[in-house]
Design a binder for this molecule. Structure first.
Ligand SMILES: [Zn+2]
Length: 206
């Protein structure tokens, strides 16, 4: 049954790359998973053999091991978008068929965004900010990667729950620049890290 694989998810984007809206998906986007207590095992059972369980901390994405606390991942090749999340109890759904088409940094951003929902709740901007902070802290997100993330998210038009991708991009750049400024200040104040190059701020275009 498809219901369990759509309801309650907090997917990263509303539409497929084709750019058309899917009515069932709008519903799924606005559904709150607080009342939808689907476990990872139930999800896998519903998926009828195509979905694969990956234990917490065991997922490899973009050549790295990624984790989200105690949350497992489920690889589902029939999931309707790149990734989604159930938060009660928490697990992250990934469609590698979508993911593989994206830049490595974008893949890490998507996973981290879904992880952000696990720890910070349903707000999209908050989940985005979580992903950006994590990326800078873990060292995989720098100026070039930030541009890739923006290029990716700008393709997503948004809906009642999700701001338009271009808006999300601008908000993420604000978060990114803020972290970089703070990092640069702390680098400047520490003599022993003098040789380290300051990170670059990302400028707005239009
Ligand atoms: Zn989201």
């Amino acid at each position: 049954m498809k219901f369990a694989r759509l309801a309650g998810l907090i997917a990263i984007g509303l539409v497929t790359l084709g750019g058309f809206f899917m009515p069932g998906y709008v519903q799924a986007q606005t559904y709150t998973s607080h009342s939808e207590n689907i476990t990872a095992q139930q999800y896998i059972n519903e998926a009828g053999g195509v979905a694969k369980y990956v234990a917490p901390g065991r997922l490899r994405l973009a050549g790295r091991r990624v984790g989200c606390g105690r949350r497992p991942s489920i690889l589902d090749p029939e999931f309707d978008t790149w990734a989604g999340a159930y938060t009660n109890p928490g697990f992250i759904i990934i469609n590698m068929r979508y993911m593989r088409k994206e830049n490595k940094i974008v893949q890490l951003y998507i996973y981290s965004h879904e992880c952000g929902h696990q720890f910070r709740g349903f707000d999209e901007d908050t989940a985005d900010a979580f992903a950006i902070r994590r990326g800078v802290r873990q060292g995989w997100l720098r100026q070039k990667g930030m541009k890739e993330v923006c290029r990716f998210i700008s393709r997503v038009p948004g809906d009642s729950e999700h701001p338009a991708g271009t808006v999300r991009c601008r908000r993420m750049i604000v978060v990114y620049n803020d972290i970089v400024k703070r990092n640069n200040r702390s680098i400047a104040s520490k003599k022993h890290t003098k040789r380290r190059k300051n990170q670059l701020l990302l400028g707005f275009r239009n």
